[in-house]
Design a protein around this ligand. Structure first.
Ligand SMILES: [Zn+2]
Length: 310
C-alpha cells in the first residue's frame, strides 16, 4: 500500500508556516497511529517509522494507519528536546490548553490528527542504551488497563516500566500529551528504545515486529506470518542513577543483567584527574535496564537505571 503524504497547517507566524507532516496508509477507518519526533533530539523513532512504512508497502491493509514521523518540527530543526522558540516540552503540555505558543498548537493539532484511532503508539528514545521498553501509566480505569495489557502482549517489549501511583506521579502523567490524546478517545502506548547508533538490528527487528502485531491487533493487517511474541518482559519500577560529577562515563555491568547493592555499574573518569576513577554503584537490587555507553557526562546526567521488581 503506497503511503499518502500530507501536511496539516499549524501556525503561520511572521511569514514562516509550520505544518504537522502526516503519512496515511490503507483505507478508512483509521485504527492505528504511530508518532515519532515529539522530542527533537530522538532520531531512533524516525528510523523505526521509516522501516514500518517500507514494511507496510508489501502488506495489504484492512484499515488505515496514520504515521506522524516528525511531530515537533521546530525542535527537530534544532535537534533539541524542545525548541527554544517557546522552551516548552511537547510531551508535557497536555493538549496545549488552547495556548498560542507554537509547541502548544502542535500538541493540539497532534491530538486532532489521532482522534478516531483505537491506539496511538508514541515512540521515544533515551540517550541511555535501552531495550524495547513500554510504559505502564498510572491511573487507568479497568477497561483501559485490560486493553493496555493486550497492547503490551502484542508489542512484546523487553521491559515494562510501571509508573508509580503517588499523587506526584499521577500529576506528571496527567500533564502528558499521552493523557491528552487518551482524553480524546484513543488508547496510548508509550514506547522507548536506544538512541542512534546503538539501536541495533535485533532491537529494530523486535520493535518492527511488535508494531506489526499492534497493527494486526487493531484490525489494520492480517496477523498471519508475524512471528509470535516471546512474552519475557520484566515489569519494574525505575530507579535513576545520576552522574556524581563531570567526566567520561565508562560502563562495566552488562545491560539487562541483575545487579546487587554495591555492584559497580561503571566508572566516572574525572576530567582533570585521570587515573582517579570514581565507581558508580548500584543502589538497590534489580536489573540494569538502561545505561549509557562511553560518553561525556555532566553532573546529574542520567547514566543508568535499575529496574526494581514490583
Ligand atoms: Zn522523548
Amino acid at each position: 500500500m503506497e503511503p499518502v503524504y500530507s501536511r496539516i497547517p499549524v501556525s503561520d507566524a511572521g511569514g514562516m508556516s509550520v505544518h504537522l507532516p502526516v503519512v496515511d496508509l490503507g483505507p478508512e477507518p483509521r485504527r492505528l497511529a504511530v508518532i515519532a519526533g515529539i522530542h527533537g533530539d530522538e532520531p531512533s523513532p524516525i528510523l523505526l517509522v521509516d522501516r514500518l512504512v517500507v514494511a507496510l508497502r508489501d502488506i495489504p491493509l484492512k484499515a488505515g494507519i496514520r504515521i506522524v514521523a516528525a511531530a515537533n518540527p521546530p525542535a527537530l530543526m534544532q535537534r533539541a528536546r524542545w525548541s527554544n522558540w517557546d522552551d516548552e516540552d511537547m510531551n508535557r503540555v497536555g493538549n496545549g490548553g488552547g495556548g498560542p505558543a507554537l509547541t502548544r498548537r502542535l500538541a493540539a493539532t497532534l491530538c486532532d490528527v489521532v482522534e478516531g484511532c483505537q491506539l496511538v503508539v508514541n515512540l521515544h528514545n533515551f540517550v541511555m542504551r535501552t531495550p524495547l521498553l513500554a510504559i505502564q501509566p498510572p491511573a487507568q480505569d479497568a477497561e483501559r488497563q485490560a486493553r493496555h495489557k493486550r497492547y503490551l502482549d502484542a508489542l512484546d517489549p523487553h521491559v515494562v516500566w510501571v509508573f508509580g501511583v503517588s499523587p506526584e506521579d499521577v500529576k506528571v502523567f496527567q500533564s502528558s500529551i499521552d493523557a491528552a490524546m487518551e482524553s480524546r478517545g484513543p488508547d496510548v502506548l508509550a514506547v522507548e528504545m536506544s538512541d542512534l547508533p546503538e539501536l541495533d538490528e535485533p532491537l529494530l527487528r523486535r520493535s518492527i515486529t511488535g508494531l506489526l502485531r499492534l497493527a494486526a491487533l487493531t484490525g489494520c493487517i492480517d496477523a498471519a506470518g508475524i512471528p509470535a511474541p516471546k512474552h519475557n518482559a520484566v515489569f519494574v519500577n525505575r530507579l535513576i542513577i545520576r552522574a556524581p560529577g563531570a567526566g567520561i562515563f565508562e560502563p562495566i555491568a552488562p545491560l539487562g543483567g541483575r545487579v546487587a547493592p554495591g555492584d559497580v555499574v561503571g566508572h566516572l573518569i574525572p576530567l582533570e584527574r585521570p587515573g582517579d576513577r570514581v565507581n558508580v554503584l548500584a543502589p538497590k537490587p534489580g536489573w540494569l535496564i538502561q545505561r549509557l555507553g562511553q560518553r561525556f557526562v555532566r553532573p546529574g546526567d542520567m547514566i543508568a537505571t535499575v529496574g526494581l521488581a514490583l
